[in-house]
Unconditional design. Structure first.
Length: 244
């Protein structure tokens, strides 16, 4: 693999998408490429990648060494001024992960809701990596960021949702977060509503879950001092997410 030393390598001015692969098929491919194109244009990165190119690359992944990836995998596509990289790996989420659910806490680092980087998937990802690593070292699964106004935003790798009195709510985009693919689908189907959520609001919620393109919908059993035993709304949406 040849990698050119451009701004994406030196300064993090590259964009990426992580696409779920199930039985050799990419999930939500069109939406991932649409979001990637918007981000690339924002940062002045040439965008010529097509769905056909991705499918052609996937078709070439044969053999025993890529069997797990094809069955239940994750394809990261990174794009910079001079590089287009396809990076396959196994999807880490299993049936056991969903049965157990996530335990999460709050990060002491604040999201800067005025920064264009928080709204796009870029290689400026060090903050998320360090916080995700730290939360796993603490025996947790995810860490939730607040913004400079003290409002909940998102996790290190996920969008955040709550169920309050039967209604599904998620932090508003203006709070400073990535507009995830599953999040977008839930909002478009009117399964959820955007609003401002603060830590004190969490005690009024009965359920909590997080989402991304690899995990789908993951129940959160604990966030900070509050426990969520699971509930019907999360289970209902987890089923619906399979046909989103």
């Amino acid at each position: 693999m040849k990698i050119w030393m451009d701004e994406g390598f030196f300064f993090g001015l590259s964009v990426f998408e992580t696409i779920g692969i199930e039985n050799g098929q990419p999930l939500f491919l069109g939406e991932h490429l649409e979001r990637m194109e918007e981000s690339a244009k924002f940062f002045g990165i040439p965008f010529e990648l097509s769905a056909e190119q991705v499918l052609e690359w996937l078709a070439g992944q044969r053999g025993e060494e890529t069997a797990d990836f094809r069955r239940h995998g994750a394809l990261k596509i990174m794009l910079s001024q001079k590089n287009t990289l396809f990076l396959p790996r196994k999807n880490p989420y299993t049936a056991r992960t969903y049965e157990k659910g996530f335990a999460a806490d709050y990060s002491v680092i604040r999201r800067n809701e005025t920064s264009p980087f928080v709204y796009r998937k870029t290689a400026n990802y060090g903050e998320c990596i360090l916080e995700n690593r730290a939360c796993h070292q603490a025996g947790l699964d995810e860490r939730i960021f607040l913004n400079t106004r003290g409002e909940l935003t998102e996790g290190t790798v996920s969008n955040l949702f709550f169920v309050r009195d039967g209604e599904v709510i998620t932090p508003a985009l203006s709070c400073g977060l990535l507009p995830g693919i599953i999040r977008r689908r839930l909002l478009e189907k009117a399964y959820a509503r955007e609003t401002v959520i603060r830590p004190r609001d969490v005690e009024d919620c009965q359920e909590c879950f997080v989402t991304n393109s690899l995990m789908g919908i993951m129940p959160v059993r604990r966030l900070g001092a509050f426990s969520f035993p699971g509930g019907p709304k999360t289970a209902e949406l987890a089923v619906k997410a399979q046909i989103l």
